[in-house]
Design a protein. Structure first.
Length: 448
């Protein structure tokens, strides 16, 4: 399209005044995560079994708060019993299903031979350790299988693309993470609709036949803080994980508004969640069988995290994005996920605009029947950070009205608080990049 015509179409778009909002969640969390991790490992019944044995520590690519601290603490605690410890990447087909890329992903997350003081042994090779009753092969990371014992680290949370007794967590870390691409492919073979059933079926054989000793199960609150650390023995995982998953659902954050014209997301990435942005939050799913409750008319995504290493899974859930994200996208690292999971929605290409300025204008421009001056816009940093976000004036007025009503009635103003009631307008640099940051505790702009 001719540049002058393109600009002419977008020129009438005017950005509304924005306000920074804080959302309050359950703040329960562990103050000293390293101490809690060390205590769980040391108190695990039978930990002495690893004395002078080879131990593989499986670490995944999911966004886990304080991951380097957790991994380092596990290693230092295990060293009290054995000096034969090594790390294996447990991330299915992530990194384009290439072993070197999986090592690089861990390095991006702060986990490497240099930082952890133990070798990282990455391979896509797997061993078949058993079969399900219907003869589905059960794959296990070859490097992990070379150890006497394997210990996994897994965050327990609702999955973005399927429902079941076991979703993101301990069972999935074994079946998908340590199953590598082959294991992930077989588990996804009947589609996301049957993923929960397959995960449970393969998981039972996997846990029985592998050299797994225990899984260090983690849970986070809505502030991305660790609120639970539990070493779960292999024989207890199938029994205990469903209850832990239900508990994790109570911590899931959300966007507390309906009928949003535009949701602007600063960044997506595999380090945030498997689909780049949490489908449970945005109510757009990569799998067609998931029941959504649509409340967003247009979704604009501005950037891809460096930690995602070119894997732009989830970008296809957006309507509009930027050239910056598009140029960071690697087909080789994005498509293996979709091919393995048998889904295509997440890897599609949204409308690509030159910069943030144009992407946000296009988002507003394409909203049908939008009310000029009453636009309902929400901007978030990513779907992990929902304790602070920005809203347009129309939504801010609803929040302030609620606060006023609470004052009159002598009650509480709820879980939302506007930080800067004078509001502000988005600012952009000369390249069109959005530079308006987030408010700190004193109401001053902080770095995004």
């Amino acid at each position: 399209m001719n540049e002058n015509v393109y600009e002419q179409i977008l020129r009438p778009v005017v950005f509304p005044k924005m306000y920074t909002v804080r959302q309050k969640f359950n703040e329960d969390h562990i103050l000293n995560v390293s101490e809690a991790v060390s205590r769980e490992v040391l108190n695990f019944p039978g930990i002495e079994k690893i004395t002078n044995k080879k131990v593989a520590l499986a670490v995944g690519s999911r966004g886990i708060a304080q991951l380097p601290v957790i991994v380092k603490t596990v290693i230092e605690t295990l060293k009290r019993f054995t000096g034969h410890i090594y790390i294996v990447p447990a991330m299915g087909s992530h990194g384009g299903a290439v072993s070197e890329n999986q090592t690089m992903i861990l390095k991006h997350l702060g986990v490497s031979e240099e930082t952890m003081g133990v070798p990282v042994k990455s391979s896509m090779d797997t061993d078949i350790i058993g079969f399900t009753e219907d003869q589905i092969p059960v794959y296990f990371d070859h490097m992990a299988n070379q150890g006497d014992y394997t210990i996994t680290i897994a965050r327990i949370k609702p999955h973005c693309s399927f429902r079941g007794k076991y979703e993101s967590g301990m069972v999935k870390m074994n079946v998908i993470g340590l199953g590598k691409q082959r294991g992930a492919d077989y588990c996804h073979s009947r589609g996301m609709k049957n993923m929960g059933e397959n995960l449970e079926k393969i998981g039972r054989v996997h846990i029985e036949k592998s050299n797994l000793l225990f899984c260090l199960g983690l849970m986070e609150n809505a502030y991305d803080q660790i609120c639970m650390v539990r070493a779960v023995a292999r024989e207890k995982i199938m029994e205990e994980e469903p209850g832990l998953l239900e508990k994790a659902k109570t911590y899931l954050p959300g966007i507390p508004f309906g009928d949003i014209d535009l949701l602007a997301v600063d960044e997506i990435g595999k380090n945030i969640t498997g689909t780049g942005m949490d489908c449970n939050v945005i109510q757009r799913f990569t799998s067609e069988h998931m029941k959504a409750v649509p409340f967003i008319k247009r979704l604009t995504v501005l950037d891809l995290t460096e930690e995602s290493d070119g894997n732009a899974s989830g970008a296809g859930l957006a309507d509009i994005s930027t050239r910056r994200l598009f140029e960071k996208m690697s087909w080789e690292k994005t498509y293996p996920n979709s091919l393995t999971a048998r889904t295509t929605a997440g890897c599609k290409i949204p409308m690509i605009m030159e910069n943030d300025f144009d992407a946000l204008r296009a988002g507003i421009k394409t909203v049908p029947d939008i009310k000029e001056g009453r636009e309902r816009i929400v901007r978030i940093k990513n779907t992990l950070r929902l304790d602070e976000f920005q809203v347009s004036q129309a939504i801010a007025e609803e929040i302030m009205a609620g606060e006023e009503g609470a004052r009159k009635e002598g009650g509480k103003s709820g879980q939302l608080k506007i930080i800067n009631k004078e509001g502000f307008f988005w600012e952009f640099d000369q390249t069109g990049a959005l530079i308006t940051g987030w408010e700190d505790e004193n109401g001053k702009n902080s770095v995004v």
